[in-house]
Ligand binder design. Structure first.
Ligand code: MN
Length: 738
């Protein structure tokens, strides 16, 4: 029994663990390509065997057993000779220091390119593993766009490594399995090689959650007899009914993969009993017309579950998958899923892009493979722009998510987006510039919010204006990292621009105090002093002043005439009035506000609205004074919107010392005895200091009015006070005054 050795992946039949020999590879190839260049293959094998001579795998086997197994997987998938030969040689550059030149000379440019593509970047020193991983993906994606066979070899390589993963320590097994689920299985799905995808997922599931795996295995075995009976009954009935309707079709059935059943169980928070359709039926016809005819017949016989019917024939998936999907309600209300497709569609569904690299009648057919690589090219282009390692990895993972929505442009062009993508994501997916200028989005003719999620079948139209620009709020309206990265990049540049403008202004003001006009200082002169401050560019210098990292006084000092550095009373100038004012402010309040992405910025809380921690806030660059922090809904701020480019994103820094803010509130009450006592007790209950309390009576309305100044440390705190006050009998309403 397989369980006697729980380390061995149970889904592997003995043949996939038995050492593979050269003859096995050759026989696979000759089976579908009898006139293959056997000499070429033999040379590749011999070269690889020699290069890896003496190396051992973790299992103790000779290293070359691995490349042979990879070549065998590729041959079994009916790939062309160059790809199979690349399987033999895929590790020689990385592990044996064979030069690319030599591969080109002996085996041709194509093979060398494939091997190079799967070779990890070796000589560069990386900061950490994450960066190394990101750079390797970057390289691999680029190589894949040139030749998709790079990916096919990489997948076969990964598949064999997964099959032999139990020789590695637990920690490494986990990491490799996670990467397989995050990156390689989705990539296999994207290029449509479903047997690779399923095999990779099953193995990763086995290593990551062995207990769940074995439990599911046990339950499926327990129900095997019943499942078999159900499957046979339905299969027979499907065959009969198709026959009766003169439809020439093949019916097959299968239990779905353990990983997909497991995912369903987790998603539905249920047990195996709660998942009915863990088996599926497939009907394969000769023509597209027959697919729809078969569907009609089935829907007449069984009731379909509404919302489960999908027509991927009319609208193929990104990986060119085509099929009709429907779920029918069978005997005793047990649902079952049926996929209907032509034999040709089936081949595409199973082999994907590989079908375009295989031999038909002895000839290589590479037709249509570009359709698989178009999205890859887009992926590669976008990733050029993403410099941050973490963002890059997140973006890749996200873009490989298989769930997608298919929407239409007004011209009827199909666009695929990941599930959950919003109207604004759509705009960015068309073009970065269009995204930046989006003023509104119409879905099916109706104007919707930028953050509205799209559904398959929606017709989406983007409205734009050249005057529009992105803002911080937009980050909440997008779900794809790719759109988020684009908005962030734009905002970052914009904030940089603002800080430069502000810094230049502060610099000029400071100079003016010494009667030195900015114009009198040449760019070259500034340039000469930049190294003193540790900057390379003038912009960085001004930006540092704007963001308060460099005080204006320090910044101007080298540009002042000698005598200007000393005040008439003989004391050296230390601080400008402005600076000391700012220091006072920042000491009091500045440390609790962070300006997005920047440290040590000069900030102060605006007096007009007195924001407290937890309030939604917006920064406003006041010339020469740093950043004023207002409540986002502050009326003053709205009047300043005439200059929207001076707005800047700020947020509360939650990691710093608690601090008290003075907040003025007004409470309206019924007029009754002891109301004052009740109100002050309520406040005292919340351990809040009262700085001022004024009670008055509005005789016209027979109402008590309390004006209170409190010391509050956060919005939560204030809300607690409000809640407590509301609970007093006779309190009518309350408001925060600013
Ligand atoms: Mn390898």
């Amino acid at each position: 029994m397989a369980k006697s050795n729980p380390k061995t992946p149970p889904m592997l039949d003995k043949s996939s663990l038995r050492p593979v020999r050269y003859d096995d590879v050759l026989n696979e190839i000759l089976a579908h390509h009898p006139s293959a260049d056997v000499d070429y293959l033999a040379r590749a094998w011999a070269f690889g065997a020699k290069a890896h001579h003496g190396q051992k795998r973790k299992s103790g086997e000779p290293y070359f057993s691995h490349p042979i197994a990879v070549a065998h997987i590729l041959a079994k998938a009916k790939l062309d000779l160059v790809t199979v030969a690349a399987g033999f040689l895929h590790d020689v550059v990385e592990d044996c220091a064979v030069e690319r030149k030599e591969l080109v000379r002996l085996f041709g440019e194509d093979l060398a390119e494939i091997v190079d593509g799967v070779t990890k970047i070796g000589k560069v020193q990386f900061r950490d593993r994450q960066q190394a991983q990101a750079e390797n993906y970057r390289k691999m994606i680029l190589a894949m766009t040139r030749d998709i066979r790079v990916l096919i070899v990489k997948l076969a390589d990964r598949l064999h490594n997964m099959r032999t993963l139990f020789y590695l320590p637990e920690e490494k097994r986990r990491r490799i399995s996670e990467e397989t689920l995050d990156i390689y299985a989705p990539l296999a799905h994207r290029i449509g090689i479903s047997h690779f995808k399923i095999a990779l997922e099953e193995l990763a599931f086995f290593y990551l959650e062995p207990e769940a795996y074995w439990e599911l295995d046990r339950q499926l075995a327990q129900r095997a007899k019943m499942s078999r009976h159900l499957i046979d009954t339905i299969s027979a009935e499907l065959k009969t009914i198709l026959n009766q309707n003169q439809l020439d079709a093949e019916v097959t059935s299968r239990i779905k993969s353990r990983y997909s059943i497991h995912r369903k169980i987790v998603a539905k928070e249920t047990v195996l009993e709660g998942i009915f359709d863990y088996y599926a039926f497939r009907i394969m016809t000769n023509t597209v017309k027959d697919c729809y005819a078969a569907l009609g017949v089935l829907h007449e016989r069984w009731r379909p579950i509404p919302g489960r019917f999908k027509d991927f024939i009319a609208t193929p998936k990104v990986n060119l998958y085509q099929s009709l999907h429907t779920t029918l309600i069978g005997e005793q209300g047990i649902p079952f899923e049926v996929q209907i497709r032509t034999h040709r569609m089936h081949r595409t569904a199973e082999e994907g892009v590989a079908a375009h690299w295989t031999y038909k009648d002895g000839r290589l057919t590479s037709v249509g493979k570009d359709r698989y690589t178009a999205w890859l090219r887009k992926l590669a282009d976008e990733h050029e722009e993403v410099k941050d390692t973490h963002e890059f990895l997140a973006t890749i993972k996200d873009q490989l998510q298989p769930d997608e929505v298919l929407v239409f442009t007004p011209a009827g062009e199909i666009k695929s987006l990941r599930a959950g993508a919003t109207a604004l994501d759509f705009a960015y997916s068309i073009h970065t510039e269009l995204g930046h200028r989006t003023t509104g989005v119409k879905v099916n003719g109706k104007l919707v919010g930028l953050g509205s999620a799209l559904n398959t079948g929606d017709i989406v139209e983007v409205l734009s204006s050249p005057k529009q620009t992105p803002n911080q709020e937009w980050l909440k309206s997008v779900k794809t990292p790719s759109a988020r990265n684009k908005i962030r990049a734009w905002l970052r540049t914009e904030e940089q621009k603002k800080s430069i403008e502000l810094g230049k202004n502060m610099f000029e003001r400071e100079l003016k105090r010494y009667k030195v006009p900015l114009k009198s200082i040449s760019k070259e002169t500034i340039g000469e002093h930049l190294p003193d401050f540790g900057f390379k560019k003038v912009d960085d210098f001004f930006s540092a002043i704007g963001f308060g990292r460099l005080t204006p006084l320090k910044a101007v000092t080298p540009f002042l005439p000698e005598d200007a550095r000393v005040k008439p009373d003989g004391k050296e100038v230390r601080e400008s009035r402005l600076e000391s004012a700012i220091k006072r402010i920042t000491k009091r309040s500045g440390e609790q506000v962070l300006v997005k992405g920047q440290r040590d910025v000069l900030v102060y809380l605006a007096k007009c609205c007195n924001p407290i921690i937890g309030d939604s806030i917006t920064g406003y660059i006041s010339r020469g004074r740093g950043v004023a922090v207002h409540k986002t809904d502050c009326a003053m701020l709205k009047t300043m919107a005439v200059n929207p480019e001076r707005r800047i994103h700020v947020e509360w820094d939650r990691h710093c010392e608690p601090q008290l803010f003075r907040v003025r509130i007004r409470v309206y009450t019924e007029e009754r005895p002891a109301m004052i006592a009740d109100v002050s007790h309520a406040i005292a209950d919340t351990k809040t200091n009262v700085k001022q309390l004024k009670a008055s009576v509005n005789n016209d309305k027979n109402m008590g009015v309390f004006d209170i100044v409190l010391e509050i440390h956060s919005l939560d705190h204030l809300e607690k006070v409000f809640k407590r006050l509301r609970a007093i009998k006779g309190v009518l309403s309350q408001e925060r005054l600013s």
